[in-house]
Write a protein that binds this ligand. Structure first.
Ligand code: GUN
Length: 291
């Protein structure tokens, strides 16, 4: 069994990005610039945005944080997005989700200029991904593909079961796994899937993205499978400074001994998700990715 070290891989990619930024700067370009819009004070969102800003600093990107209180009117938020769309000093931006319930998330996503949509959530980017055109791909699936490539994991002809069909992870993941460069045969499982346990046990590559801590147990995993755990549920803990710890969708201790490869939580997919946003921002800074 081999542990896929997302933390070390992300660190290596950050070094690569930083080296590219240094080259851009010496060629007379300005620093790549990412902005984040944060609405309200949700603890998880605050933490994720703080990480994004720190990551930018680590690789030599400029970052900006735009804050709104959670009673902000949707139109005010949309107007800010239009302003950022037209800001030539900004390469890409994200609106941290989830948003308060009075704001229509889809309106927000569709107001972002697709060429600045480094989250890859705009339907233009999702659609371009589906038909294999250059696009911004959402960070978690992008990071998982990068891990599979860097660990030289055979995907061609393999049966990949993706558990979860969210727009951010499960669905784009299933699309990427079926693409010509990856060539897996993909099954998307979800809450209505019949006999989920034996379906999971038939997977050569099992991608667990349901957000249900400890859902995938040993009997649901084939001997020699590759298991990618996307779960990052925050659960209260007395052992950490933050008062939380992350729990994956996979019962690691009992599943790991059966696997060829497995991602731990934390230190697997999470750091790759973070670094993918940087890769997308660098792509945006280098010019129009659609040409
Ligand atoms: N909330 C949870 N994950 C994400 C993400 O990747 N991007 C944004 N904008 N919000 C999120």
């Amino acid at each position: 069994m081999k542990i896929i070290d997302g933390k070390a891989t992300a660190r290596a990619i950050k070094e690569e990005i930083k080296a590219e930024v240094d080259i851009m700067i010496s060629a007379g370009h300005r620093n790549p610039h990412l902005a984040a819009i944060l609405v309200g004070h949700d603890g998880g969102s605050e933490t994720y945005v703080a990480y994004k800003i720190k990551d930018c600093k680590d690789v030599g990107f400029k970052s900006s944080l735009v804050r709104f209180e959670d009673d902000v009117a949707e139109e005010v938020l949309l107007e800010k997005i239009r302003e950022l769309n037209n800001d030539d000093e900004l390469d890409g931006f994200i609106v941290q989700l989830p948003l308060p319930s009075h704001i229509n998330e889809q309106n927000v996503i569709e107001t972002i200029d697709p060429t600045k949509d480094v989250d890859g959530f705009h339907p233009v980017n999702v659609g371009r991904t589906v038909i294999g055109l250059p696009s911004f791909v959402s960070a978690t699936p992008n990071g998982i593909i990068e891990l599979l490539k860097r660990y030289h994991i055979e995907t061609s002809g393999k049966h990949c079961v993706v558990v979860g069909r969210s727009n951010i992870v499960g669905r784009p993941m299933s699309i990427l796994m079926s693409q010509k460069s990856i060539n897996a045969t993909v099954t998307v499982a979800h809450s209505r899937t019949k006999d989920l346990e034996s379906l999971c046990a038939s997977a050569d590559i099992l991608i667990a993205a349901l957000g249900a801590p400890g859902f995938i147990k040993s009997h649901m995993v084939k001997e020699g499978a590759v298991v990618i755990d996307v779960g990052t549920t925050r659960i209260p803990s007395t052992e950490t400074k933050s008062g939380f710890r992350l729990k994956g969708d996979v019962v690691y201790e009992e599943v790991a001994p059966k696997c060829a490869f497995i991602t731990p939580v934390p230190g697997g997919v999470g750091p790759m998700t973070r670094v993918s946003l940087l890769s997308n921002t660098l792509m945006a800074a280098k010019g129009n990715i659609y040409t």
